[in-house]
Design a protein around this ligand. Structure first.
Ligand SMILES: Nc1ncnc2c1ncn2[C@@H]1O[C@H](COP(=O)(O)OP(=O)(O)OP(=O)(O)O)[C@@H](O)[C@H]1O
Ligand SMILES: [Mg+2]
Length: 457
């Protein structure tokens, strides 16, 4: 379903600068859309047109197939449904305190006072700024101001969230947290539109990409379509995302496997290393051509590994005992990933999972989960890029635990599910205490009997 559309959209500023020319877009509901393009190409101007802040000189914007009207009543309705976070937070923040600024939108929706308070408090918690709620916004750092602006829009719960350069000024872990939060909103149905100069982000995150140059649209398509077109990238002043650049170099050297372009680091690793061939330490007396059953231990196959066993055939034996083994791909299993739902958090339960589940690696996603873990002294191996790093770690035969809550549980499961489907590698994946229901295993994945027995919650 098309939620937002433009037809022949054209805008020029009062000084005559033509900033947006004849733009035709169709944005689907629930999608993550990224606009890329060099400085001055018209992205910010377009965004201001998309929520009615600017009125087109020609053409129109349609929301749910209804053309925008520009009366103040109609505009109020549009801005409730289509929230925008400006490129420059200074343009957006004006109330005397952080709390008042975030509560401004919901207050204007004529909601009861308690509801306004609940929405504003939740939004402040989500962006990690509850402790600064009484501070004047102009005393905050650039990144903190950005978070206030994001919280202000999130508190309105709009259908479409437009973010102009959302990650500019944010520190890397803070940027990951904001993206996690946006993904959660998207998971529950919000349509997200961002502009960014970060091609790596646009490539791995977006469902659809638009490329602008000199006030016009010069390219559109899936991230793979747009970012593989070198001519187009040159015209748009862009470079290739790093994963693609590395992948093309691997392919140029004849070392790539498969034709699917990798988006994430685990996918990139998969293209490089054919999982059919592995190094292994073999029992004495093994001959070339023998068929063996080996265990996976930390990425290598070892005779004494306590973990999953796989079948292999010895292709070549080196004098010092190492060998190249061809493994049968079907049934190739790596380590496991458990996801603990922190909405039903219990410190002792998490410790039990870590100890009895022989967890090697713990990560937390989302501000709340990180705060809980830190308050209870749970050592976090990783707190950004948690899903990708857990996948890489699980591929090395280790056991990972991700602490996260609410919609993020489903988001993490979906990402892992996508990976398992694409790679054909089976990971044991489980959720612990999802919706307060104790340990359970996902349908469609192999049951990890060993782990299941060790963790009896
Ligand atoms: N208030 C204004 N008055 C006149 N011209 C303007 C105004 N704001 C922007 N422009 C011009 O409109 C064009 C598009 O600017 P816009 O800010 O939309 O680009 P952008 O793609 O968002 O760039 P950036 O990547 O630098 O944020 C530019 O040529 C810019 O100089
Ligand atoms: Mg801009």
């Amino acid at each position: 379903m098309i939620i937002l559309e433009t037809r022949g959209l054209t805008y020029s500023y009062p000084d005559g600068t033509l900033a947006v020319q004849d733009l035709n877009l169709k944005i689907e509901k629930g999608k993550k859309v990224a606009f890329v393009g060099k400085n001055g190409s018209g992205k910010s101007t377009l965004f201001l047109l998309l929520n009615g802040t600017l009125k087109p000189k020609k053409g129109e914007v349609l929301f749910h197939a209804q053309p925008f009207k520009y009366s103040s009543k109609a505009l109020r309705k549009i801005r409730k449904s289509i929230g925008i976070i400006f490129q420059n937070s200074e343009d957006q923040i004006f109330a005397p305190t952080v709390y008042q600024d975030v509560a401004f939108g919901p207050t204007n929706l004529d909601l009861p006072k308690e509801k306004v308070q609940a929405l504003a408090d939740r939004a402040l918690e989500q962006v990690g700024l509850s402790h600064l709620k009484n501070k004047p916004p102009h005393h905050l750092s650039g990144g903190q101001k950005k978070r206030v602006a994001i919280a202000g829009v999130m508190a309105m719960e709009p259908e479409v969230i437009i973010l102009d350069e959302p990650l500019a000024n944010l520190d890397p872990v803070g940027a990951d947290e904001i993206m996690d939060l946006l993904n959660e909103f998207n998971h529950f149905g919000s349509t997200l539109i961002i502009s960014t100069h970060d091609v790596d982000l646009a490539y791995r995150w977006a469902d659809y990409v638009y490329l602008m140059s000199n006030s016009k649209l010069i390219g559109k398509g899936t991230p793979e379509e747009v970012f593989r077109d070198m001519e187009l990238l040159k015209e748009g002043n862009l470079r290739q995302p790093s994963t693609l650049e590395i992948y093309h170099e691997i392919a140029r050297r004849g070392l790539a496997r498969g034709k699917t372009l990798p988006k994430t680091i685990p996918e990139l690793v998969n293209t490089l290393k054919p999982p059919e061939l592995m190094w292994a330490e073999l029992p004495p007396g093994t001959q070339e051509g023998d068929s063996l059953n080996l265990g996976v231990l930390y990425g290598d196959y070892a005779q004494n590994s306590p973990y999953e066993a796989i079948n292999g055939r010895v292709l070549h034996l080196y004098p010092e005992g190492k060998a190249i083994v061809e493994i049968s791909r079907k049934g190739f299993k790596a380590g496991c990933i458990l996801i603990y739902d922190t909405n039903h958090y219990s410190h002792s339960e998490v410790l039990k999972v870590i100890n009895e589940g022989e967890i090697d690696f713990v990560g937390a996603m989302g501000k709340r989960s990180k705060t809980l873990a830190e308050a209870d002294g749970i050592y976090l191996d990783v707190s950004s890029g948690v899903i990708d790093r857990s996948l890489l770690t699980a591929l090395c035969g280790k056991r990972c635990l991700i602490l996260t809550g609410g919609g993020m549980v489903e988001h993490a499961l979906q990402r892992i599910r996508d990976y398992v489907e694409k790679s054909g590698i089976e990971l044991n994946v489980g959720t612990v205490n999802r919706n307060g229901k104790g340990l359970c295993w996902l349908e469609g994945f192999e049951k990890a009997v060993e782990v299941n027995q060790k963790i009896s919650l």
